[in-house]
Design a protein around this ligand. Structure first.
Ligand code: MN
Length: 214
């Protein structure tokens, strides 16, 4: 039985136009994200088989595959909800007047200003080499927000950090529309950020008990 399942998109394929066209969203969700879900489930099955047979020859590759596919599934599941259409209130910046003042304060405390945070996440996303992500994450030991530049889906991450806003910088996220202009795509992403969703993820992450003392 499948452990992981592909979540439904919270909007239709055209909802993020003109920032992301429907063809990209359809392929990205129905093919790419689906492949990570299948990959994670298949790998768990193969690990069960390895345990049953006490056959550990492939354990190294299987653990790598599990980290890759599971992380791909998790990041994409967050990604879809992090976005909303420009006409549905997406974009701008988090403001107390919109009920997301706690997030706005945390960004200011961690990065100085919203503009500095925006610059850091934009640059970190746009300068990924090969495939990767720019991620705003809650770091529970210090209680701060940090930006991570993720390799593939799973590398270059501080253990225990909780992603709350993720920018997919893989070519499959933009190439059909933006061609080689990755910077243009990342800059356009700011028009579809769903700050209500980011703020809810921040509140949840902050309420978790830290694994270790600061
Ligand atoms: Mn992707």
């Amino acid at each position: 039985m499948a452990i992981y399942t592909l979540p439904e998109l919270p909007y239709d394929y055209a909802a993020l136009e003109p920032v992301i066209n429907p063809q990209i969203i359809e392929l990205h969700h129905d093919k790419h994200h689906a492949a990570y879900v299948k990959g994670a489930n298949d790998t768990l099955e193969q690990l069960e088989e390895a345990r049953d047979k006490d056959a550990w020859g492939s354990v190294n590759g299987l653990e790598k595959n599990l980290a890759f596919h599971l992380s791909g599934h998790i990041l994409h599941s967050i990604y879809w909800h992090n976005m909303t259409g420009p006409k549905e209130g997406g974009g701008g910046e988090p403001l107390a007047a919109d009920g997301v003042g706690e997030l706005a304060d945390a960004i200011a405390a961690s990065f100085g200003t919203f503009a500095k945070f925006k610059a850091q996440l934009t640059k970190a996303s746009a300068t990924t080499q090969g495939s990767g992500w720019g991620v705003l994450a809650y770091e529970p030991v210090s209680g701060r927000l940090i930006v991570e530049q993720v390799y593939d889906h799973q590398g270059n991450v501080g253990q225990g950090t909780v992603p709350i806003l993720v920018f997919d910088a893989w070519e499959h996220a933009f190439y059909l529309q933006y061609k080689n202009q990755k910077v243009d795509f990342i800059e356009a992403m700011w028009q579809v950020v769903n700050w209500q969703d980011v703020a809810a993820r921040y509140a949840q992450a902050k309420d978790r008990t830290p694994l270790i003392a600061p």
